[in-house]
Design a protein around this ligand. Structure first.
Ligand code: 0X9
Ligand code: ZN
Length: 300
């Protein structure tokens, strides 16, 4: 079985997703959310563990070097399938799950082969490589906190959706848009839980709901190991940033529950989080998802 005490290559992750589908027929289905510049698939799994049709999308690995994101998502998938306690079982069974642990596969492979701290995609733009795939989405594209220099870490791309990863994934999300109500994106690091938007500090109509739900989730995170998170909208909590996946989902489909996690830690190890923190990070994050969706349900 899959070893959750270390980080894995893309091939190992995709083989794990295939094996889950094979071992859980009728419950786990392999889905393809898009494709990459270098010709890879954006592979995911759809979990159908109960009869509910209310969908949740989990997105990981949009930034290549943030390895705790895919690792935590895989751990959470495993927990959702194992039904260990009543709260997790309830969460698992009352939703349909569309889970993409690595939405920037070319970048992820590059962090294993060549440069551990690579962030972007791998499409050449002039003399440099990659757009920031969390600045390349087509909602308020290039309206702050993104660069028009292809050599920058936050390059927005030559146009909205100039990268095939964001374009193809956006088309997939559009095709399932009537099936999901929640979209959660996992990054690292900083221990933050944020909601849209990133281009403006202005509060959305459902700001209070999003903040209260986030606060419940943040309380739940701290219960298991005392890990402290801060909650708020993107622009006020981290910085102005435009063209992110979550902002596009919010701005396009107006889904009620749209969050971005910045997982562990606060900088001691940063992107190089030791693998022995995969399990605790995933478990506290799953606790927070339980609390998040309980509170979201209570608020209608
Ligand atoms: O800058 C980013 O894309 C994210 N931080 S990171 O250090 N992981 O690169 C924050 C993105 C949050 N933005 C929105 N959801 N709008
Ligand atoms: Zn990130």
């Amino acid at each position: 079985s899959f070893d959750f005490t270390r980080y894995h290559t893309l091939d190992e992750i995709y083989a794990f997703l295939d094996s889950l589908a094979k071992e859980n027929p009728g419950k786990v289905q392999v889905i393809v959310g898009g494709k990459t510049h270098e010709g890879r698939q954006i592979k995911g799994v759809k979990l159908t563990l109960g009869s509910s049709k209310s969908g949740i999308v989990l997105e990981g690995g949009i930034h290549a070097r943030e390895w705790i994101s895919p690792a935590s998502i895989l751990y959470i998938v495993n927990e959702l399938l194992q039904n260990k306690n009543a709260d997790v079982r309830q969460l698992a069974e009352s939703h349909e799950w569309y889970i993409f642990p690595v939405v920037n596969p070319d970048g992820y492979v590059y962090t294993h082969t060549t440069n551990r701290l690579w962030r972007k995609t791998r499409k050449p733009y002039g003399l440099c490589y990659g757009s920031d795939p969390n600045r390349n989405w087509g909602y308020k594209w290039m309206s702050g906190g993104a660069s028009n220099n292809p050599c920058s870490e936050t390059y927005g791309g030559s146009s909205a959706f100039s990268d095939v990863e964001t374009k193809s994934l956006s088309e997939y999300l559009t095709s399932i848009s009537s099936k999901f109500n929640a979209y959660v994106s996992f990054h690292s690091y900083s221990q933050l839980l944020m909601f849209p938007y990133g281009h403006t500090t202005q509060h959305l109509d459902n700001y209070n709901d999003e903040l209260q739900i986030a606060n419940k989730a943040v309380q739940a995170i701290s219960k298991r190991y005392g890990t402290k998170y801060k909650a708020g909208n993107v622009a006020e909590t981290i910085y102005i940033a435009s063209g992110s996946s979550v902002d596009w989902v919010k701005g396009t489909f107006h889904k009620p529950v749209t969050y971005t996690y910045e997982l562990r830690d606060t900088g001691r190890h940063g992107f190089l989080l030791p693998a022995d923190q995969i399990a605790p990070t995933a478990l506290e994050t799953l606790d927070s998802l339980v609390a998040m969706f309980k509170e979201a349900k209570a608020r209608g």
